[in-house]
Ligand binder design. Sequence first.
Ligand code: ADP
Ligand code: MG
Ligand code: MG
Ligand code: MG
Length: 414
Amino acid sequence: EEATRYEALSVDTLATRLGDVHEVASRVGGDSASWEIREVGDGNLNLVFIVTGSVGSVVVKQALPYVRMVGESWPLPLYRAHFEYYALVRQARRDPGVAPEVFYFDKAQALIVMEYLHPHVILRRKLINGERVAGLGETLGRFCARTAFRGSELSLESPEKKQDVGLFSGNVAIPAITESLVFTDPYFNAEMNHHTPALSPVVERLRGNATLKARAQRMLLKFTANAETMLHGDLHSGSIMATDTDVRVIDPEFSQYGPMAFDLGMAVANFLMAYFSQPAHRLDSDLAAYQAWILEVIEACFTSFDAEFRHLWQTERTGILFPRALFEDQGHESEAACDALLEEIRQDALAFCGIEMHRRVLSLAHNADFEEIEDTALRAGLEARNLLMGEELVVNPAAYSDMAALRKLAKMHN
Ligand code: ADP
Ligand code: MG
Ligand code: MG
Ligand code: MG
């Protein structure tokens, strides 16, 4: 009984609490009293420890019953760790080798023990530093396509899908955060908002655009009502860890059922924010080449999403949607249906992308790409470009499904 009551771990108690757990002890090795334990959580919400012994290292992640960056005044249910675990297990099945492997899960303790990614670092840091990652867009596009397709009724049997939607519908607190912080708060004077002061005229203009706000709410309707597939739900560049040649995706605690375009749009938005923030982080001599590389990564995200989705469409359509029997002797019709669906996903991804570009500058949770720019006049100028491109993507996504048009738009605002 004692062991099942939730208690937050600390560097002092972790070895005693987990030293007898075989799945942990066997991978760390040696006497647990000699384990080296470091708390490394840099996120907004949870405790994260790296535990090292004579055999190796593991990561221990534990939810706290409140929002870490705000404090106990903002409670947040521990059960989000359960959904993070469910999501990690499903991602491992749907795109093996991208999510960290899970070694142990303790539901009552809201605790996940997983593979220690090393020497990987958070992608956002690499982008600020101007480092390149081989295969970045390809891996992310493929991850988004595989998880989108294989988590949907294009692949799953209807009963299995419905049961899983039922399971994930228990997660009510986390979607509520995304619904307000991402889709709504940026567009009015919400309590927890903050922005760089010099940006105010652009913010006024944005909030005066009723078409933009209506479009953002239409995207929120899609987000809340379309249980198309299991999403990662928070696929920003702080949820991606990389070496120069390997790309991994962590932290799916915002996982929920939603539109197939959502994760792709979030990821692309974070590349565009990296793009717009670059003039503050690079010398002029490196700037153009690095920004061009970021646009190539975005193109690769889309290209690889489409290619993988089309491949799965042709080879793994085992669910209730678009059954083969329906298109007998009309194979080309099925291909045309796939193309149309991909075009719809692309446009939705661009609209979600624009919204993410707005909320990271206007709502509660900002990102380091802009926040670390100390010259606030410079920062405001770069954030303004990002906001204006985001506005165009939310209002008029159909004009940018072609990469040449998207590239032109980014360069026009840069
Ligand atoms: P939060 O949900 O609080 O944002 P994250 O899962 O993003 O927590 O983890 C916070 C930090 O801990 C990450 O930015 C990363 O530096 C580190 N981290 C998390 N998971 C791993 C892992 N599997 N391997 C190595 N480092 C990790
Ligand atoms: Mg995180
Ligand atoms: Mg800011
Ligand atoms: Mg998280």
